[in-house]
Design a protein around this ligand. Structure first.
Ligand code: GUN
Length: 378
């Protein structure tokens, strides 16, 4: 047999190896990824998928909680559960297994899931981001297909990629991811005319119709890459895809089997999204904390700067007052000195005057005496 099987088991094992290491690294940083899966009712296929999710999470060391709700669960109860999970820090990813029982409103439930915990990438805001080519989370099944193409180095650029099926879960996001890689994309559906012709022109053919063996050998170009997203249960209980694998595998360059193909990849990509969600929420919390602390830090810096400037002003004022005081004291001292010197001078003058007066008196007496003796002699 030609070795042209794109094995989901093999490729997901390689991806899971990386995810396991990533989980260990996140845990070392204190990030403990957690996933919550909700299932309502008894759909056997859904039960198998949910069980696979639980097992895969366990094998990678990702914490998981499964909520198995009865068929008659009311919308309000389901919404309450989603709200409670939205608030929990230990739950990073929330997934509500579809389809839900008919009486429940899927859209309302999906809209209720916190968009940062929407690991299915079904929330309208996340769908919009995929459309813009800026996905937050990659939609699991299409992302699994892209991972398979990448693993085998299958070129997408410029190739004609035909997606059969236009569901919100697979067909539409699949087209977006192929377009992002520069594929030339055609989306076909139940109303498409010339379906066989369009499929036959595909370099990459993605079947996501949900009808067993829908894609037959005559709808496939020789050398095409055929991706089978369908998982259908036949009357005998066996699983089969949307592609007639036995016949088409002889024409295809590569082909995915069912089971063991895209389905396994879907679960693996869900785990990848859960790790991404955990990292995102952790970083968001750190940023929130920084933002909360930023005003406090700003006020602290402002107070410090103002205190420093006030201290400088006080020092300057004190120094200037002291200088002034010193100058005044020196002036007073100089005045006192001048006063003392004037006093001394006055004192000296008075002394000199007294001396002069005494001298004058002596002279007078002398003169008087001389006159007297002159008179006596004459
Ligand atoms: N049912 C079938 N596929 C999926 C899926 O990828 N996510 C959810 N939530 N339900 C599904």
């Amino acid at each position: 047999m030609k070795d042209n099987i794109l094995s989901g088991k093999e490729i997901s094992a390689a991806v899971k190896e990386k995810l396991k290491l990533k989980t260990e690294n996140l845990k070392k940083q204190g990030i403990n990824p957690g996933l919550a899966v909700i299932i309502v009712g008894e759909d056997p296929a859904s039960k198998v998928y949910v069980n696979n999710k639980k097992k895969t999470a366990e094998s990678l060391g990702i914490y998981s909680e499964i909520y198995e709700l009865p068929e008659n669960t009311e919308q309000s109860e389901l919404l309450k559960l989603v709200e409670a999970l939205n608030k929990r820090d230990d739950i990073n990813g929330i997934l509500c297994q579809l389809p839900l029982p008919k009486h429940l409103n899927e859209k309302e439930v999906i809209n209720k899931i916190d968009k940062n915990k929407d690991v299915d990438a079904f929330h309208p805001e996340n769908v919009g981001k995929i459309m813009l080519g800026e996905p937050l989370f990659l939609p699991c099944t299409p992302a699994g297909v892209m991972e398979m193409l990448k693993y085998k180095n299958i070129n997408i650029q410029g190739k004609h990629c035909v997606v059969v099926g236009r569901s919100n879960i697979v067909g539409k996001p699949m087209a977006m991811l192929l377009l992002k890689e520069n594929g030339t994309v055609t989306v076909c559906h139940s109303k498409t005319e010339n379906l066989k012709k369009i499929c036959k022109s595909a370099d990459i053919l993605v079947a996501a119709v949900g009808r067993p063996l829908f894609i037959t050998k005559d709808m496939v170009k020789k050398g095409a890459v055929v991706i089978d997203v369908g998982i259908n249960r036949l009357k005998d209980g066996k699983l089969c895809g949307d592609v007639d694998f036995e016949k088409v595998c002889k024409k295809a360059e590569y082909i995915t089997p069912v089971p063991g193909g895209v389905g396994v990849m879907t679960v693996t990509m869900l785990m990848q999204n859960t790790l991404k969600a955990a990292e995102l929420q952790f970083n968001e919390k750190i940023n929130e904390k920084k933002l909360k602390e930023a005003p406090k830090a700003k006020i602290k810096t402002e107070i410090k700067a103002k205190t420093e400037s006030a201290k400088k002003a006080i020092k300057k004022a004190v120094t200037s007052a002291a200088k002034k005081q010193k100058t005044e004291a020196e002036k007073i001292k100089a005045k006192a000195k001048a006063l003392a010197s004037t006093k001394e001078k006055i004192k000296d003058k008075a002394k000199d005057k007294a001396k002069d007066k005494e001298k004058e008196k002596v002279e007078e007496i002398k003169t008087e005496n001389q006159t007297e003796s002159k008179n006596e002699n004459s």
